[in-house]
Design a protein around this ligand. Structure first.
Ligand SMILES: Nc1ncnc2c1ncn2[C@@H]1O[C@H](COP(=O)(O)OP(=O)(O)OP(=O)(O)O)[C@@H](O)[C@H]1O
Ligand SMILES: [Mg+2]
Length: 230
């Protein structure tokens, strides 16, 4: 079974200026351990697609299924559970809580879900991103690249099946971007997590198994081969 199925999905936003059709009849399916890069110009619908894939929002038409579960069939409690159990999110701006330590940031999703062994799980993930020595620092005392690695640790702390990354290297220089991209690739290959990443940077597509291009909300190519560094 595919991990994620996007089945003839359209998304329309209502604005003061009238409706905006952000996605039109998009279909794709994502397998475990796959890395998908979603590319296209600003406003083409990349973030919209990621938000729908992460059950943060519902499609206007069509449906999305995560491990066979249709997101629009769930109530709020069901959605919260689905997101907690299956989905991790990282963002361009890291979105760590600056008043918490690094370790506390990584623990937080487990504590919010009333899960067990939050500290041990957080330490294990911090070790995996090679930041175990930084657990006691406040999050804002880290470099951008380190903060994004903490965000990856936090996104993986509850062992999701799908990791959604919205411009994860948008605020990083190219050397730091490469470290973060390698971690995302390892996330897919070592843990079998499907990684879906919205990106402008051509270098980001080097880690992708598939590149998907959106143009004005329409999926242009379903499976062009990823551009790889030689
Ligand atoms: N909450 C919203 N309400 C109304 N319109 C929205 C909303 N979110 C996005 N849009 C519109 O939907 C379209 C797609 O936006 P989206 O954020 O998905 O693009 P994007 O590809 O992620 O762009 P960028 O590369 O700039 O991040 C745009 O026209 C945008 O203005
Ligand atoms: Mg976006």
């Amino acid at each position: 079974m595919p991990l994620l199925e996007v089945d003839r999905v359209s998304k329309e936003y209502q604005t003061d200026g009238g409706p905006v059709l952000a996605l039109r009849d998009v279909s794709l399916s994502v397998e475990p351990a796959e890395v998908i890069a979603v590319v296209g110009r600003s406003g083409c619908g990349k973030s919209t697609l990621l938000n729908l894939a992460g059950a943060m929002d519902f499609p206007t038409r069509g449906e999305l299924r995560i491990e066979g579960v249709t997101t629009s069939g769930l109530d709020d409690a069901g959605l919260t559970r689905l997101r907690r159990e299956k989905v991790g999110f990282i963002f361009q701006s890291f979105q760590l809580i600056h008043t918490l330590t690094v370790l506390e940031n990584v623990e937080l999703p487990v504590l919010l879900a009333r899960g067990a062994n939050a500290r041990a799980k957080a330490l294990e993930r911090l070790r995996w991103v090679e930041l175990e020595a930084y657990g006691d620092r406040l999050a804002h005392q880290l470099s951008g690249g380190q903060q994004q690695r903490v965000a990856i640790a936090r996104a993986l702390v509850h062992s999701p099946r799908l990791l959604l990354a919205d411009e994860p290297t948008g605020n990083l220089d190219s050397a730091t971007s490469e470290i973060v991209l390698k971690l995302l690739q390892r996330t897919a290959k070592e843990f079998g997590v499907a990684v879906m990443m919205a990106t402008h940077g051509l270098e980001s597509t080097a880690i992708a198994d598939r590149v998907i291009r959106l143009r004005d909300g329409v999926l242009e190519t379903s499976a062009i081969p990823a551009l790889r560094h030689s």
